[in-house]
Structure formats: structure tokens, C-alpha cells
Write a protein that binds this ligand. Structure first.
Ligand SMILES: [Zn+2]
Length: 235
């Protein structure tokens, strides 16, 4: 028994110190240079009004719809599709959401350069350029063109693509949980002077679990701020 106690004790004391007991200088630093923020195939891509996609008519190599999550359209529709990594993350998010009685669906995902141009032009015709630029990206500047972004909504359609989505059970659940699956609410409240867009509690951007967790730890700064990039309120 003494031998066992000594052995177990030896293993126990051989464990490294918990991170909280480490001096600050030895705390692991988050490496902000791990992935490209300029390559559209990188989930850390930062695209905004100052940073167009390169090339501007970029198309993801392959897109796919989530397999189990509810969709506003058909799985074969391009605008229900995302990069495969994102589709897997959405299905995981949706499975846990359903278990919590939260019913979400995909409203809009991938948009090609040409589709984005049609949407933007229609917004300009309807609301004028200034208002269109607060709500809709010009072609070549949209996260939806990358396969890394998706607009989600409640199955009951409440507050669909409206700021009040943030106050619905679905919007609240996303704000509290999306980071666990690698997503951020890309256009946060009161960040328009930096991101260039009004609050969009429905627009999720996949950045991977590590970066999503780090951003949450820091209080959800916009990507521009986190990566020390210029604010992008306008083109
Ligand atoms: Zn969106």
C-alpha cells in the first residue's frame, strides 16, 4: 500500500503546475500569425470595405450544404452552401441547439460575385447608396462570397434579418454558444465605425474554435481591431 501511495503520489507531483500558477511571462500567447488574413481560403480571412477579396471574383473550390440543419432553400442551391468545414460546424451547432429546444435554419450562405452585385444594386435602387453600404457589401467585398459566412434565423421566422433577432431565444442562444463551434457574430452592436456594417446578430462568420474562443475571451472585438487593421467604415 505504501508503494502504491508513493507511486500515485509520484505521478501526481510529477504533473506540471496548473497554468494559473505560472508567471505571466510564461503564459501561452495566442499566435495571431498562425493563418493568413489575406488568403480567401483561410478561415482567418479579413475582408471588409478596405480589404477586397483577391481576386475580386474569388470562388471557393467546393461548397456544400449542412446535411441535417434546416435550410430555407434546397441543399443544391448555391446560397444554402458553405465551405465543408463550416457545414460540419453548423450541423454540430444545430444538433446542440435542437437539444436545447432552439430551432434554427440557414437563410442565406454563399453568394457569388454576380449574385452579390445584383443584391447590392437592388439595395442601391431601393434605399440609395449610403444606406445600401450600411447593409450590403459591394461585390468582391462580401464574406458571403468566401463560403465562411452564413445568415441564420429562427424556424418560426421571428425577426428574420432584423436587429430584434438578438432578443429572440434563437438569437440569444447563438450569441452565447456560437463560439463553441468556431463562429463569431461578425458585425457586433456598436461596431459600425470599425466594421462598416450595422449590427447583424444573424450573420455568423466561421473563424475556427481557437480564434472564436480567443475573441470571446477578449470581449468580442471586431476582427479589424484584433488583427490591428485599419477601421473600415467606408470604401
Ligand atoms: Zn450575412
Amino acid at each position: 500500500l505504501i508503494l502504491i501511495t508513493l507511486l500515485v503520489g509520484g505521478i501526481w507531483f510529477a504533473r506540471p503546475e496548473p497554468a494559473t500558477n505560472q508567471p505571466e511571462a510564461n503564459a501561452p500567447q495566442f499566435d495571431k500569425t498562425q493563418f493568413s488574413i489575406g488568403d480567401p481560403t483561410s478561415s482567418w480571412l479579413v475582408v471588409n470595405k478596405k480589404r477586397p477579396l483577391q481576386p475580386k471574383d474569388y470562388e471557393p473550390a467546393s461548397l456544400t450544404a449542412p446535411s441535417a440543419m434546416r435550410l430555407a432553400g434546397r441543399p443544391t442551391d448555391a446560397n444554402m452552401q458553405v465551405n465543408s468545414e463550416v457545414a460540419i460546424a453548423l450541423d454540430q451547432l444545430d444538433a446542440d441547439a435542437r437539444a436545447a429546444d432552439i430551432n434554427l435554419k440557414v437563410i442565406s450562405a454563399y453568394r457569388s460575385y454576380d449574385t452579390q452585385r445584383m443584391i447590392y444594386d437592388s439595395e442601391v435602387r431601393g434605399f440609395g447608396q449610403a444606406q445600401a453600404d450600411r447593409e450590403s457589401a459591394r461585390p468582391g467585398h462580401s464574406e458571403h462570397q468566401t463560403g465562411w459566412a452564413v445568415d441564420l434565423g429562427a424556424v418560426n421566422n421571428k425577426c428574420e434579418i432584423e436587429a430584434c433577432f438578438a432578443d429572440t431565444p434563437e438569437g440569444k442562444w447563438l450569441a452565447d454558444n456560437a463560439h463553441k463551434y468556431g463562429f463569431i457574430i461578425r458585425y457586433g452592436a456598436d461596431q459600425e465605425s470599425i466594421t462598416g456594417y450595422q449590427y447583424e446578430p444573424w450573420h455568423l462568420r466561421f473563424v475556427g474554435k481557437d480564434l472564436a474562443a480567443e475573441l470571446r475571451r477578449l470581449g468580442n472585438p471586431p476582427l479589424e481591431e484584433f488583427f490591428d487593421l485599419p477601421a473600415a467604415p467606408s470604401y
